[in-house]
Write a protein that binds this ligand. Structure first.
Ligand code: FES
Length: 177
């Protein structure tokens, strides 16, 4: 007697249901690629923009006296993603006999107070916990864990520019916030 022996499905045949599943998978993949890549680029672009570094004009290099710290006020411009932040700031600058300027952040490396130059002592002194630094930024005494933070500079047409940055206070190494 003849009995029908059904042939088991090998999976090679694509049923209508599986075909639509596959089609919707391909479609979803297409959407992810076409929308996902521009979105990813937009996010990366925003992050890149956030890291945009803007140098601010300080003063002419020739106006900084040799071996004597001067406080230089300036207008700091910062671009944080889509927000432009403009605010008054200041830095300390000193020029060596070779005419090279060093610019210090005005923020104490201990806990972030603003220190001052004491002309009578020829030292930078922080009023908060009495950290003392020499004119080159080295720690003389007090709890400051590292020398004064130098800021990146550039010179163009005899003008000194500074890149405003903030660093983590209270630690021995210089780390940008
Ligand atoms: S913040 Fe300057 S010594 Fe503490």
């Amino acid at each position: 007697m003849y009995t029908e022996n059904p042939i088991p499905e090998t999976g090679k045949k694509l049923s209508r249901r599986n075909f639509f599943k596959l089609l919707s998978g391909v479609f979803a993949g297409f959407i992810v690629v076409t929308l996902g890549i521009p979105m990813f680029e937009s996010i990366v672009g925003t992050i890149k923009k956030k890291k945009q570094r803007i140098f601010s004009k300080l003063t002419s290099v020739s106006s900084i006296p040799n071996d004597q710290p001067v406080n230089l006020p300036f207008v700091m411009t910062e671009e944080d993603a889509f927000i432009k932040n403009i605010q008054p700031e200041n830095v300390w600058a000193i020029k060596n006999p070779e005419g090279e300027a060093t610019v210090f952040s005005p923020i104490c490396t201990h806990l972030g107070c603003r220190y001052q130059w004491r002309e009578d002592q020829k030292l930078f002194v922080c009023p908060c916990h009495h950290s003392v630094f020499d004119k080159n930024g080295n720690v003389i005494s007090g709890p400051a864990p590292r020398p004064l933070d130098t800021l990146p500079t550039k010179t163009k047409n005899n003008y000194l520019y500074v890149l405003w940055e903030r660093f983590k206070p209270g630690i021995s190494n210089k780390e940008i916030i």
